[in-house]
Design a protein around this ligand. Structure first.
Ligand code: BF8
Length: 634
Protein backbone atom coordinates (compact mmCIF):
# COMPACT_ATOMS: atom_id res chain seq x y z
CA UNK A 1 0.00 0.00 0.00
CA UNK A 2 2.82 2.34 0.97
CA UNK A 3 4.31 1.94 -2.49
CA UNK A 4 1.37 3.74 -4.02
CA UNK A 5 1.71 6.92 -2.01
CA UNK A 6 4.54 8.40 -4.05
CA UNK A 7 5.89 8.22 -7.56
CA UNK A 8 9.35 8.64 -6.03
CA UNK A 9 11.22 5.49 -5.00
CA UNK A 10 13.13 7.23 -2.23
CA UNK A 11 9.87 8.51 -0.75
CA UNK A 12 8.26 5.08 -0.82
CA UNK A 13 11.29 3.59 0.90
CA UNK A 14 11.06 6.16 3.71
CA UNK A 15 7.26 5.88 3.99
CA UNK A 16 7.63 2.15 4.44
CA UNK A 17 10.25 2.69 7.11
CA UNK A 18 8.02 5.24 8.86
CA UNK A 19 5.15 2.79 8.94
CA UNK A 20 7.37 -0.01 10.18
CA UNK A 21 8.74 2.12 13.00
CA UNK A 22 5.46 3.95 13.73
CA UNK A 23 6.70 7.41 12.91
CA UNK A 24 3.61 9.48 12.20
CA UNK A 25 3.71 11.18 8.79
CA UNK A 26 1.39 13.32 6.68
CA UNK A 27 -0.32 10.40 4.92
CA UNK A 28 -1.34 8.92 8.29
CA UNK A 29 -2.87 12.20 9.39
CA UNK A 30 -4.77 12.49 6.11
CA UNK A 31 -6.19 9.03 6.69
CA UNK A 32 -7.24 9.97 10.21
CA UNK A 33 -9.13 12.96 8.83
CA UNK A 34 -11.38 10.81 6.63
CA UNK A 35 -14.11 11.48 5.76
CA UNK A 36 -13.20 15.14 5.32
CA UNK A 37 -15.93 17.74 5.71
CA UNK A 38 -18.16 17.81 2.62
CA UNK A 39 -19.31 21.37 3.29
CA UNK A 40 -15.70 22.51 3.43
CA UNK A 41 -14.87 20.69 0.22
CA UNK A 42 -17.70 22.47 -1.59
CA UNK A 43 -16.81 25.83 -0.03
CA UNK A 44 -20.29 26.32 1.47
CA UNK A 45 -19.46 26.75 5.14
CA UNK A 46 -19.15 30.26 6.54
CA UNK A 47 -17.36 31.22 9.74
CA UNK A 48 -17.19 34.96 9.04
CA UNK A 49 -19.39 35.92 12.00
CA UNK A 50 -20.66 34.42 15.22
CA UNK A 51 -24.31 34.25 14.23
CA UNK A 52 -22.81 31.21 12.48
CA UNK A 53 -21.01 29.01 11.70
CA UNK A 54 -23.45 28.39 8.86
CA UNK A 55 -23.54 25.97 5.98
CA UNK A 56 -25.64 25.53 2.89
CA UNK A 57 -27.16 22.15 2.16
CA UNK A 58 -25.80 21.15 -1.26
CA UNK A 59 -28.75 18.81 -1.85
CA UNK A 60 -31.28 21.63 -1.56
CA UNK A 61 -33.12 19.94 1.30
CA UNK A 62 -31.69 21.88 4.23
CA UNK A 63 -30.86 25.58 4.66
CA UNK A 64 -30.05 27.54 1.51
CA UNK A 65 -29.05 30.72 3.38
CA UNK A 66 -26.81 31.58 6.28
CA UNK A 67 -28.24 33.41 9.31
CA UNK A 68 -27.47 36.78 7.66
CA UNK A 69 -29.12 35.64 4.42
CA UNK A 70 -25.91 35.01 2.47
CA UNK A 71 -26.48 32.36 -0.19
CA UNK A 72 -24.11 29.68 -1.45
CA UNK A 73 -22.40 31.78 -4.15
CA UNK A 74 -21.67 34.63 -1.77
CA UNK A 75 -20.20 32.23 0.77
CA UNK A 76 -18.15 30.31 -1.80
CA UNK A 77 -16.84 33.52 -3.40
CA UNK A 78 -15.91 35.00 -0.01
CA UNK A 79 -14.07 31.85 1.02
CA UNK A 80 -12.23 31.69 -2.29
CA UNK A 81 -10.98 35.27 -2.21
CA UNK A 82 -9.88 34.88 1.40
CA UNK A 83 -7.66 32.08 0.10
CA UNK A 84 -6.31 34.48 -2.51
CA UNK A 85 -5.73 37.10 0.18
CA UNK A 86 -3.67 34.68 2.26
CA UNK A 87 -1.70 33.46 -0.74
CA UNK A 88 -1.00 36.97 -2.07
CA UNK A 89 -0.07 38.07 1.46
CA UNK A 90 2.46 35.26 1.84
CA UNK A 91 4.17 36.01 -1.48
CA UNK A 92 4.03 39.76 -1.09
CA UNK A 93 5.20 39.88 2.50
CA UNK A 94 8.11 37.74 1.34
CA UNK A 95 8.81 40.35 -1.37
CA UNK A 96 8.75 43.20 1.12
CA UNK A 97 11.76 41.73 2.93
CA UNK A 98 14.33 41.82 0.09
CA UNK A 99 12.94 45.22 -0.96
CA UNK A 100 13.61 46.62 2.53
CA UNK A 101 16.99 44.92 2.60
CA UNK A 102 17.89 46.44 -0.77
CA UNK A 103 17.13 49.86 0.62
CA UNK A 104 19.26 49.25 3.71
CA UNK A 105 22.16 48.00 1.61
CA UNK A 106 21.80 51.03 -0.69
CA UNK A 107 21.91 53.39 2.28
CA UNK A 108 24.91 51.61 3.78
CA UNK A 109 22.89 50.54 6.83
CA UNK A 110 23.44 46.83 6.20
CA UNK A 111 26.87 45.48 5.29
CA UNK A 112 26.03 41.77 5.64
CA UNK A 113 24.73 41.80 2.07
CA UNK A 114 25.80 43.47 -1.17
CA UNK A 115 24.49 44.31 -4.60
CA UNK A 116 25.66 41.27 -6.52
CA UNK A 117 24.03 41.94 -9.89
CA UNK A 118 24.44 45.53 -11.00
CA UNK A 119 23.37 44.67 -14.55
CA UNK A 120 20.04 43.36 -13.31
CA UNK A 121 19.65 46.41 -11.05
CA UNK A 122 19.94 48.67 -14.09
CA UNK A 123 17.50 46.54 -16.08
CA UNK A 124 14.94 46.74 -13.28
CA UNK A 125 15.48 50.50 -12.96
CA UNK A 126 14.93 50.92 -16.70
CA UNK A 127 11.67 48.98 -16.54
CA UNK A 128 10.50 51.26 -13.73
CA UNK A 129 11.38 54.40 -15.65
CA UNK A 130 14.25 55.35 -13.34
CA UNK A 131 16.98 57.38 -15.00
CA UNK A 132 20.29 55.65 -14.24
CA UNK A 133 22.59 58.19 -15.91
CA UNK A 134 25.42 59.47 -13.70
CA UNK A 135 24.12 57.51 -10.71
CA UNK A 136 26.11 54.91 -8.80
CA UNK A 137 24.64 51.51 -7.99
CA UNK A 138 23.67 52.56 -4.47
CA UNK A 139 21.65 55.52 -5.69
CA UNK A 140 19.90 53.39 -8.30
CA UNK A 141 19.24 50.63 -5.74
CA UNK A 142 17.71 53.14 -3.36
CA UNK A 143 15.36 54.43 -6.04
CA UNK A 144 14.35 50.89 -7.10
CA UNK A 145 13.71 49.93 -3.46
CA UNK A 146 11.67 53.10 -2.95
CA UNK A 147 9.44 52.29 -5.92
CA UNK A 148 8.99 48.73 -4.64
CA UNK A 149 8.16 49.82 -1.09
CA UNK A 150 5.87 52.53 -2.38
CA UNK A 151 3.94 49.89 -4.30
CA UNK A 152 3.12 48.35 -0.92
CA UNK A 153 2.05 51.58 0.69
CA UNK A 154 0.95 54.29 -1.71
CA UNK A 155 -2.55 55.68 -1.27
CA UNK A 156 -3.40 56.95 -4.77
CA UNK A 157 -5.56 54.95 -7.16
CA UNK A 158 -3.00 54.51 -9.92
CA UNK A 159 -1.82 50.96 -10.68
CA UNK A 160 1.36 49.83 -8.93
CA UNK A 161 4.54 50.78 -10.78
CA UNK A 162 5.96 47.29 -11.03
CA UNK A 163 2.86 46.22 -12.96
CA UNK A 164 3.13 49.34 -15.15
CA UNK A 165 6.77 48.58 -15.84
CA UNK A 166 6.51 44.86 -16.54
CA UNK A 167 3.04 43.85 -17.75
CA UNK A 168 2.54 43.39 -21.50
CA UNK A 169 1.32 46.48 -23.35
CA UNK A 170 -1.92 45.02 -24.69
CA UNK A 171 -2.68 43.38 -21.35
CA UNK A 172 -2.59 46.73 -19.55
CA UNK A 173 -4.87 48.24 -22.18
CA UNK A 174 -7.22 45.28 -21.80
CA UNK A 175 -7.40 45.57 -18.02
CA UNK A 176 -8.34 49.25 -18.31
CA UNK A 177 -11.06 48.44 -20.82
CA UNK A 178 -12.37 45.64 -18.59
CA UNK A 179 -12.81 48.08 -15.70
CA UNK A 180 -14.63 50.53 -17.97
CA UNK A 181 -16.88 48.03 -19.71
CA UNK A 182 -17.91 46.24 -16.53
CA UNK A 183 -18.82 49.63 -15.11
CA UNK A 184 -20.82 50.61 -18.19
CA UNK A 185 -22.69 47.30 -18.22
CA UNK A 186 -23.59 47.22 -14.58
CA UNK A 187 -23.06 50.70 -13.16
CA UNK A 188 -20.85 49.12 -10.51
CA UNK A 189 -17.15 49.65 -10.09
CA UNK A 190 -15.09 46.50 -10.57
CA UNK A 191 -11.44 47.39 -10.04
CA UNK A 192 -8.95 45.06 -11.69
CA UNK A 193 -5.69 46.99 -11.53
CA UNK A 194 -3.99 46.80 -8.12
CA UNK A 195 -3.49 50.21 -6.48
CA UNK A 196 -1.27 48.99 -3.69
CA UNK A 197 -0.16 45.44 -2.96
CA UNK A 198 -1.19 45.46 0.71
CA UNK A 199 -4.37 47.44 0.16
CA UNK A 200 -5.93 44.88 -2.18
CA UNK A 201 -5.44 42.20 0.47
CA UNK A 202 -6.93 44.42 3.17
CA UNK A 203 -9.78 45.23 0.80
CA UNK A 204 -10.57 41.50 0.52
CA UNK A 205 -10.67 41.12 4.30
CA UNK A 206 -12.93 44.18 4.59
CA UNK A 207 -15.20 43.18 1.75
CA UNK A 208 -15.69 39.64 3.04
CA UNK A 209 -16.58 40.78 6.56
CA UNK A 210 -20.23 40.13 7.42
CA UNK A 211 -22.53 42.47 5.58
CA UNK A 212 -20.19 44.11 3.09
CA UNK A 213 -19.79 42.71 -0.45
CA UNK A 214 -22.24 39.95 -1.33
CA UNK A 215 -22.08 40.07 -5.12
CA UNK A 216 -20.11 36.99 -6.34
CA UNK A 217 -18.63 38.72 -9.41
CA UNK A 218 -17.64 41.80 -7.44
CA UNK A 219 -16.03 39.66 -4.73
CA UNK A 220 -14.09 37.57 -7.27
CA UNK A 221 -12.94 40.67 -9.17
CA UNK A 222 -11.35 41.92 -5.97
CA UNK A 223 -9.68 38.53 -5.61
CA UNK A 224 -8.31 38.99 -9.11
CA UNK A 225 -7.07 42.48 -8.27
CA UNK A 226 -5.21 41.22 -5.20
CA UNK A 227 -3.74 38.31 -7.17
CA UNK A 228 -2.44 40.72 -9.82
CA UNK A 229 -0.85 42.68 -6.98
CA UNK A 230 0.89 39.42 -6.12
CA UNK A 231 2.04 38.24 -9.57
CA UNK A 232 2.95 41.63 -11.06
CA UNK A 233 3.76 43.08 -7.63
CA UNK A 234 4.84 41.23 -4.50
CA UNK A 235 6.20 38.08 -6.17
CA UNK A 236 7.89 40.06 -8.93
CA UNK A 237 9.47 42.38 -6.36
CA UNK A 238 10.73 39.32 -4.46
CA UNK A 239 12.31 37.87 -7.59
CA UNK A 240 13.86 41.09 -8.85
CA UNK A 241 15.23 42.31 -5.50
CA UNK A 242 16.62 38.85 -4.73
CA UNK A 243 18.33 38.71 -8.12
CA UNK A 244 19.88 42.13 -7.50
CA UNK A 245 21.08 41.18 -4.01
CA UNK A 246 22.01 37.52 -4.48
CA UNK A 247 22.63 37.27 -8.22
CA UNK A 248 20.44 36.32 -11.18
CA UNK A 249 20.40 32.53 -11.56
CA UNK A 250 22.61 30.97 -14.22
CA UNK A 251 22.31 27.51 -15.72
CA UNK A 252 24.24 24.86 -13.83
CA UNK A 253 23.84 21.33 -12.51
CA UNK A 254 22.87 20.28 -8.98
CA UNK A 255 21.76 17.03 -7.37
CA UNK A 256 18.28 16.22 -6.13
CA UNK A 257 16.55 13.81 -3.73
CA UNK A 258 17.22 12.40 -0.29
CA UNK A 259 20.42 10.79 -1.51
CA UNK A 260 22.07 14.23 -1.34
CA UNK A 261 22.25 13.81 2.45
CA UNK A 262 25.69 12.56 3.43
CA UNK A 263 26.41 9.83 5.95
CA UNK A 264 29.78 11.25 6.95
CA UNK A 265 28.90 14.96 7.07
CA UNK A 266 26.97 17.36 9.21
CA UNK A 267 23.67 17.70 7.31
CA UNK A 268 21.61 20.87 7.50
CA UNK A 269 18.31 20.93 5.62
CA UNK A 270 17.07 24.46 4.92
CA UNK A 271 13.35 24.60 4.37
CA UNK A 272 10.82 27.32 3.68
CA UNK A 273 10.88 30.24 1.26
CA UNK A 274 12.97 33.30 1.98
CA UNK A 275 16.60 33.24 0.81
CA UNK A 276 17.79 36.09 3.08
CA UNK A 277 18.88 33.61 5.76
CA UNK A 278 19.74 30.62 3.57
CA UNK A 279 22.18 32.72 1.51
CA UNK A 280 24.09 33.37 4.72
CA UNK A 281 23.95 29.73 5.87
CA UNK A 282 25.36 28.61 2.52
CA UNK A 283 28.20 31.10 3.01
CA UNK A 284 28.80 30.04 6.63
CA UNK A 285 29.00 26.38 5.65
CA UNK A 286 31.95 27.25 3.38
CA UNK A 287 33.85 29.00 6.16
CA UNK A 288 37.13 27.07 6.66
CA UNK A 289 36.95 27.68 10.40
CA UNK A 290 33.52 26.02 10.67
CA UNK A 291 34.58 23.19 8.36
CA UNK A 292 37.58 22.56 10.64
CA UNK A 293 35.24 22.64 13.62
CA UNK A 294 33.02 20.02 11.96
CA UNK A 295 36.09 17.87 11.35
CA UNK A 296 37.09 18.19 14.98
CA UNK A 297 33.71 16.64 15.82
CA UNK A 298 34.35 13.62 13.61
CA UNK A 299 32.50 14.73 10.45
CA UNK A 300 34.11 14.99 7.02
CA UNK A 301 32.54 18.39 6.40
CA UNK A 302 29.29 20.36 6.29
CA UNK A 303 26.54 19.51 3.84
CA UNK A 304 23.72 21.93 3.11
CA UNK A 305 20.63 20.65 1.33
CA UNK A 306 17.53 22.62 0.41
CA UNK A 307 13.88 21.71 0.81
CA UNK A 308 10.85 23.24 -0.96
CA UNK A 309 11.25 26.81 -2.20
CA UNK A 310 14.15 27.85 0.03
CA UNK A 311 15.76 24.85 -1.64
CA UNK A 312 14.80 26.25 -5.04
CA UNK A 313 16.18 29.69 -4.20
CA UNK A 314 19.59 28.37 -3.20
CA UNK A 315 19.86 25.75 -5.91
CA UNK A 316 19.09 28.40 -8.54
CA UNK A 317 21.98 30.58 -7.38
CA UNK A 318 24.45 28.12 -5.86
CA UNK A 319 25.69 24.64 -6.26
CA UNK A 320 23.47 23.48 -3.38
CA UNK A 321 21.57 20.19 -3.76
CA UNK A 322 17.89 19.84 -2.96
CA UNK A 323 16.69 17.06 -0.65
CA UNK A 324 13.11 17.18 -1.84
CA UNK A 325 9.78 18.89 -2.27
CA UNK A 326 6.93 19.46 0.15
CA UNK A 327 6.07 15.83 0.98
CA UNK A 328 9.76 15.06 1.55
CA UNK A 329 10.09 17.31 4.60
CA UNK A 330 9.23 14.60 7.13
CA UNK A 331 11.00 11.91 5.13
CA UNK A 332 14.27 13.86 5.35
CA UNK A 333 14.10 13.73 9.15
CA UNK A 334 13.36 9.99 9.01
CA UNK A 335 16.74 9.40 7.29
CA UNK A 336 18.15 9.94 10.79
CA UNK A 337 21.02 11.88 9.24
CA UNK A 338 19.76 15.45 9.60
CA UNK A 339 21.54 17.40 12.32
CA UNK A 340 19.38 20.49 11.82
CA UNK A 341 16.15 21.19 9.99
CA UNK A 342 16.23 24.98 9.68
CA UNK A 343 13.02 26.70 8.66
CA UNK A 344 11.84 30.20 7.84
CA UNK A 345 8.26 30.63 6.58
CA UNK A 346 5.53 28.84 4.59
CA UNK A 347 4.76 25.18 3.79
CA UNK A 348 6.49 23.90 6.94
CA UNK A 349 4.61 21.14 8.76
CA UNK A 350 4.29 21.83 12.50
CA UNK A 351 4.47 18.02 12.80
CA UNK A 352 8.23 18.33 12.26
CA UNK A 353 8.62 19.31 15.92
CA UNK A 354 7.35 15.96 17.23
CA UNK A 355 8.91 13.88 14.52
CA UNK A 356 12.33 15.46 15.15
CA UNK A 357 12.09 14.28 18.75
CA UNK A 358 12.22 10.66 17.52
CA UNK A 359 15.69 11.48 16.22
CA UNK A 360 18.59 13.71 17.21
CA UNK A 361 17.47 16.35 14.68
CA UNK A 362 17.25 19.94 15.92
CA UNK A 363 14.19 21.58 14.44
CA UNK A 364 15.16 25.27 14.33
CA UNK A 365 12.72 28.06 13.56
CA UNK A 366 14.18 31.44 12.63
CA UNK A 367 11.32 33.81 11.79
CA UNK A 368 9.30 35.82 14.28
CA UNK A 369 6.36 35.15 11.96
CA UNK A 370 6.66 31.37 12.16
CA UNK A 371 7.00 29.81 15.58
CA UNK A 372 6.47 26.10 16.18
CA UNK A 373 5.67 24.61 19.58
CA UNK A 374 8.48 22.20 20.39
CA UNK A 375 11.04 23.83 18.08
CA UNK A 376 14.27 25.54 19.06
CA UNK A 377 14.06 29.21 18.03
CA UNK A 378 17.06 31.17 16.79
CA UNK A 379 15.83 34.60 15.79
CA UNK A 380 17.16 35.85 12.48
CA UNK A 381 17.30 39.51 11.46
CA UNK A 382 19.08 40.96 8.45
CA UNK A 383 21.35 43.01 10.68
CA UNK A 384 22.66 39.97 12.56
CA UNK A 385 22.63 37.72 9.51
CA UNK A 386 26.18 36.36 9.51
CA UNK A 387 26.26 35.76 13.23
CA UNK A 388 22.94 33.88 13.26
CA UNK A 389 23.89 31.79 10.25
CA UNK A 390 27.18 30.79 11.92
CA UNK A 391 25.38 30.06 15.18
CA UNK A 392 22.92 27.75 13.41
CA UNK A 393 25.69 25.91 11.55
CA UNK A 394 27.53 25.48 14.85
CA UNK A 395 24.41 24.06 16.56
CA UNK A 396 24.21 21.50 13.77
CA UNK A 397 27.91 20.62 14.09
CA UNK A 398 27.60 20.19 17.85
CA UNK A 399 24.66 17.90 17.25
CA UNK A 400 26.61 15.56 14.95
CA UNK A 401 27.89 13.48 17.85
CA UNK A 402 24.28 12.82 18.96
CA UNK A 403 23.47 11.05 15.71
CA UNK A 404 22.32 7.46 16.28
CA UNK A 405 23.97 5.42 13.53
CA UNK A 406 21.46 2.62 13.97
CA UNK A 407 18.71 5.00 12.87
CA UNK A 408 20.49 6.26 9.75
CA UNK A 409 18.76 5.26 6.51
CA UNK A 410 19.62 7.46 3.56
CA UNK A 411 18.03 6.35 0.28
CA UNK A 412 20.42 6.19 -2.65
CA UNK A 413 18.28 8.23 -5.03
CA UNK A 414 20.20 11.26 -6.15
CA UNK A 415 19.73 12.64 -9.66
CA UNK A 416 21.63 15.31 -11.53
CA UNK A 417 19.50 18.25 -12.67
CA UNK A 418 20.14 21.23 -14.92
CA UNK A 419 18.66 24.27 -13.20
CA UNK A 420 18.88 28.06 -13.20
CA UNK A 421 16.64 29.03 -16.12
CA UNK A 422 15.94 32.64 -15.28
CA UNK A 423 14.43 34.64 -18.15
CA UNK A 424 17.89 36.13 -18.69
CA UNK A 425 19.39 32.65 -19.08
CA UNK A 426 16.63 31.45 -21.39
CA UNK A 427 17.23 34.47 -23.59
CA UNK A 428 20.95 33.90 -23.51
CA UNK A 429 20.46 30.24 -24.51
CA UNK A 430 18.44 31.61 -27.41
CA UNK A 431 21.24 33.93 -28.45
CA UNK A 432 20.11 37.08 -26.65
CA UNK A 433 16.46 37.57 -27.62
CA UNK A 434 13.13 35.78 -28.09
CA UNK A 435 13.35 35.63 -31.90
CA UNK A 436 14.58 31.99 -32.10
CA UNK A 437 11.83 30.87 -29.69
CA UNK A 438 9.19 32.71 -31.71
CA UNK A 439 10.59 31.20 -34.92
CA UNK A 440 10.53 27.70 -33.41
CA UNK A 441 6.91 28.30 -32.39
CA UNK A 442 6.02 29.67 -35.83
CA UNK A 443 7.63 26.68 -37.56
CA UNK A 444 5.69 24.35 -35.25
CA UNK A 445 8.84 22.78 -33.79
CA UNK A 446 7.45 24.02 -30.50
CA UNK A 447 3.65 24.00 -30.61
CA UNK A 448 3.26 25.97 -27.43
CA UNK A 449 4.43 26.37 -23.86
CA UNK A 450 2.89 25.04 -20.64
CA UNK A 451 3.93 26.34 -17.22
CA UNK A 452 3.50 23.82 -14.39
CA UNK A 453 3.72 25.04 -10.82
CA UNK A 454 2.67 24.15 -7.35
CA UNK A 455 2.87 21.72 -4.60
CA UNK A 456 2.58 18.14 -3.48
CA UNK A 457 -0.69 17.07 -1.91
CA UNK A 458 -1.05 13.74 -0.09
CA UNK A 459 -4.50 13.42 -1.69
CA UNK A 460 -2.69 12.48 -4.89
CA UNK A 461 0.29 10.19 -5.42
CA UNK A 462 3.33 12.37 -4.83
CA UNK A 463 4.92 13.69 -8.05
CA UNK A 464 2.79 11.42 -10.25
CA UNK A 465 0.92 14.24 -11.99
CA UNK A 466 3.93 16.52 -12.10
CA UNK A 467 6.08 13.99 -13.90
CA UNK A 468 3.53 12.33 -16.16
CA UNK A 469 1.71 15.46 -17.24
CA UNK A 470 5.04 17.03 -18.19
CA UNK A 471 6.20 13.92 -20.07
CA UNK A 472 2.98 13.72 -22.08
CA UNK A 473 3.25 17.38 -23.04
CA UNK A 474 6.76 17.17 -24.48
CA UNK A 475 5.72 14.16 -26.59
CA UNK A 476 3.39 16.60 -28.33
CA UNK A 477 6.15 19.18 -28.90
CA UNK A 478 4.99 21.40 -26.06
CA UNK A 479 7.82 23.00 -24.09
CA UNK A 480 7.31 22.79 -20.31
CA UNK A 481 8.55 25.44 -17.93
CA UNK A 482 7.83 25.74 -14.24
CA UNK A 483 8.67 26.41 -10.63
CA UNK A 484 8.19 25.28 -7.04
CA UNK A 485 7.62 21.70 -6.02
CA UNK A 486 6.95 20.72 -9.66
CA UNK A 487 10.51 21.64 -10.55
CA UNK A 488 11.89 19.57 -7.66
CA UNK A 489 9.70 16.63 -8.69
CA UNK A 490 11.20 16.74 -12.18
CA UNK A 491 14.71 17.11 -10.78
CA UNK A 492 14.22 14.04 -8.57
CA UNK A 493 12.88 12.10 -11.55
CA UNK A 494 16.09 12.87 -13.45
CA UNK A 495 14.18 14.79 -16.12
CA UNK A 496 15.95 18.15 -15.90
CA UNK A 497 18.53 17.01 -18.43
CA UNK A 498 19.19 17.54 -22.12
CA UNK A 499 18.85 13.78 -22.42
CA UNK A 500 15.19 13.96 -21.41
CA UNK A 501 14.52 15.54 -24.82
CA UNK A 502 14.86 12.05 -26.32
CA UNK A 503 11.29 11.47 -25.15
CA UNK A 504 10.06 14.68 -26.80
CA UNK A 505 8.41 15.02 -30.19
CA UNK A 506 10.80 15.49 -33.12
CA UNK A 507 10.39 19.28 -33.28
CA UNK A 508 10.99 20.01 -29.61
CA UNK A 509 13.79 17.46 -29.52
CA UNK A 510 15.62 19.26 -32.33
CA UNK A 511 15.29 22.62 -30.55
CA UNK A 512 16.53 21.22 -27.21
CA UNK A 513 19.48 19.51 -28.86
CA UNK A 514 20.42 22.60 -30.84
CA UNK A 515 20.30 24.84 -27.76
CA UNK A 516 21.56 22.17 -25.36
CA UNK A 517 18.64 22.65 -22.98
CA UNK A 518 16.20 20.22 -21.32
CA UNK A 519 12.59 20.12 -22.56
CA UNK A 520 11.61 21.06 -18.97
CA UNK A 521 12.97 24.36 -17.67
CA UNK A 522 13.37 24.97 -13.94
CA UNK A 523 12.61 28.68 -13.49
CA UNK A 524 12.84 28.85 -9.70
CA UNK A 525 10.72 29.08 -6.59
CA UNK A 526 7.01 29.91 -6.45
CA UNK A 527 7.56 33.67 -6.27
CA UNK A 528 9.54 33.12 -9.48
CA UNK A 529 6.28 32.38 -11.29
CA UNK A 530 6.79 36.09 -11.92
CA UNK A 531 9.60 35.02 -14.28
CA UNK A 532 6.99 33.11 -16.30
CA UNK A 533 4.82 36.23 -16.47
CA UNK A 534 7.80 38.30 -17.63
CA UNK A 535 8.63 35.75 -20.34
CA UNK A 536 4.99 35.66 -21.50
CA UNK A 537 4.89 39.48 -21.59
CA UNK A 538 8.13 39.53 -23.60
CA UNK A 539 6.66 37.14 -26.19
CA UNK A 540 3.38 39.07 -26.40
CA UNK A 541 5.09 42.44 -26.81
CA UNK A 542 7.48 41.04 -29.41
CA UNK A 543 4.54 39.81 -31.50
CA UNK A 544 2.43 42.86 -30.59
CA UNK A 545 -0.42 40.65 -29.37
CA UNK A 546 -2.15 40.02 -26.06
CA UNK A 547 -0.84 37.26 -23.78
CA UNK A 548 -4.22 35.54 -24.23
CA UNK A 549 -3.47 35.25 -27.96
CA UNK A 550 -0.37 33.13 -27.30
CA UNK A 551 -0.30 29.30 -27.32
CA UNK A 552 0.18 29.03 -23.57
CA UNK A 553 -1.41 27.05 -20.73
CA UNK A 554 -0.73 26.73 -17.00
CA UNK A 555 -1.26 23.93 -14.52
CA UNK A 556 -1.03 23.25 -10.79
CA UNK A 557 -1.68 19.52 -10.83
CA UNK A 558 -0.88 18.66 -7.19
CA UNK A 559 -1.67 22.00 -5.57
CA UNK A 560 -2.58 22.49 -1.94
CA UNK A 561 -1.67 26.02 -0.73
CA UNK A 562 -3.53 29.32 -0.77
CA UNK A 563 -0.51 30.71 -2.60
CA UNK A 564 -1.31 28.37 -5.49
CA UNK A 565 -4.83 29.86 -5.66
CA UNK A 566 -3.35 33.33 -5.98
CA UNK A 567 -0.88 32.17 -8.66
CA UNK A 568 -3.60 30.41 -10.68
CA UNK A 569 -5.80 33.50 -10.46
CA UNK A 570 -3.17 35.96 -11.64
CA UNK A 571 -2.31 33.72 -14.59
CA UNK A 572 -5.99 33.50 -15.56
CA UNK A 573 -6.38 37.27 -15.23
CA UNK A 574 -3.25 37.72 -17.35
CA UNK A 575 -4.81 35.65 -20.14
CA UNK A 576 -3.37 32.19 -19.49
CA UNK A 577 -5.81 29.32 -18.88
CA UNK A 578 -4.98 27.22 -15.81
CA UNK A 579 -5.63 23.55 -15.12
CA UNK A 580 -6.08 22.49 -11.48
CA UNK A 581 -6.16 19.21 -9.68
CA UNK A 582 -7.38 18.51 -6.94
CA UNK A 583 -10.71 20.33 -7.16
CA UNK A 584 -10.73 23.72 -5.39
CA UNK A 585 -13.46 24.26 -2.77
CA UNK A 586 -15.86 26.10 -5.11
CA UNK A 587 -18.29 23.51 -6.45
CA UNK A 588 -20.99 24.56 -3.98
CA UNK A 589 -21.43 27.87 -5.84
CA UNK A 590 -22.76 27.44 -9.38
CA UNK A 591 -22.38 31.11 -10.22
CA UNK A 592 -18.80 31.13 -8.90
CA UNK A 593 -17.93 28.09 -11.03
CA UNK A 594 -19.40 29.87 -14.05
CA UNK A 595 -17.35 33.00 -13.35
CA UNK A 596 -14.12 31.01 -13.02
CA UNK A 597 -14.62 28.79 -16.05
CA UNK A 598 -16.66 30.91 -18.49
CA UNK A 599 -16.94 34.59 -17.55
CA UNK A 600 -13.18 34.74 -16.96
CA UNK A 601 -12.61 33.44 -20.48
CA UNK A 602 -14.84 36.10 -22.01
CA UNK A 603 -13.30 38.89 -19.95
CA UNK A 604 -9.61 37.94 -19.57
CA UNK A 605 -9.03 35.14 -22.09
CA UNK A 606 -7.77 32.94 -19.25
CA UNK A 607 -10.01 30.51 -17.38
CA UNK A 608 -9.85 27.57 -14.97
CA UNK A 609 -10.16 23.92 -15.98
CA UNK A 610 -10.53 21.08 -13.48
CA UNK A 611 -9.54 17.64 -14.70
CA UNK A 612 -8.11 14.54 -13.06
CA UNK A 613 -7.24 12.49 -16.14
CA UNK A 614 -3.79 13.28 -17.55
CA UNK A 615 -4.56 12.39 -21.18
CA UNK A 616 -7.73 14.48 -21.13
CA UNK A 617 -5.79 17.36 -19.55
CA UNK A 618 -3.13 17.20 -22.26
CA UNK A 619 -5.85 17.09 -24.94
CA UNK A 620 -7.50 20.20 -23.48
CA UNK A 621 -4.14 21.99 -23.38
CA UNK A 622 -3.13 20.96 -26.89
CA UNK A 623 -6.52 21.94 -28.35
CA UNK A 624 -6.26 25.38 -26.78
CA UNK A 625 -2.71 25.75 -28.07
CA UNK A 626 -3.73 24.68 -31.61
CA UNK A 627 -6.67 27.07 -31.53
CA UNK A 628 -4.37 29.95 -30.57
CA UNK A 629 -1.87 29.00 -33.27
CA UNK A 630 -4.69 29.06 -35.81
CA UNK A 631 -5.86 32.51 -34.68
CA UNK A 632 -2.30 33.78 -34.94
CA UNK A 633 -2.12 32.37 -38.46
CA UNK A 634 0.78 30.01 -37.70
O1 BF8 B 1 5.88 28.16 -2.68
S1 BF8 B 1 5.01 24.62 -4.53
S2 BF8 B 1 4.14 23.31 -1.39
S3 BF8 B 1 7.04 24.93 -1.30
S4 BF8 B 1 3.34 26.58 -2.16
FE1 BF8 B 1 4.83 25.26 -0.89
FE2 BF8 B 1 3.45 24.59 -2.97
FE3 BF8 B 1 5.83 23.66 -2.65
FE4 BF8 B 1 7.02 26.77 -2.36
NI1 BF8 B 1 4.89 26.90 -3.75
Amino acid sequence: MSKELSFDRAANQMIELAHKKNYEIVWDRLKEQQPQCGFGQLGVCCRNCVMGPCRIDPYGEGPQKGVCGAEADTIVARNLVRMIAAGAAAHSDHGRRPAMLLKEVAEGKNTHYEIKDEGKLKEVAKRLGIDVKDKDKFQIAKEVADVALNDYGKQDSKPIRFLEGYAAKKLKEKWLKIEESLYQNTGKIFGVLPRNIDREIVDIMHRTHIGVDNHPLSIIMQGIRASLGDGWGGSLIATECQDILFGTPKVHAVYANLGVLKKDRVNLVIHGHEPVLSEQIVAAAQDPELIEYAKSKGAKGINIAGMCCTGNEILMRHNVPVAGNELHQELAVITGAVEAMVVDVQCIFPALANLSKCFHTKFISTSDQALFPGAMHVQFEEDNAEEVARRIVKIAIDNFENRDESKVNIPEENKEALVGFSVEQILSALGGNVTPLVEAIKQGKIKGVVGIVGCNNPKVKQDYYHVNLAKELIKRDILVIGTGCWAIALAKAGLLSVDAAKEAGEGLKSVCEALNIPPFLHMGSCVDCSRILVLAAGLADYLDVDISDLPLFGSAPEWMTEKAVSIGTYFVASGVPVHLWPVPPVLGGKEVVKILTQTAKEVFGGFFVIEENIQKTVDIMENHILEKRKSLGI
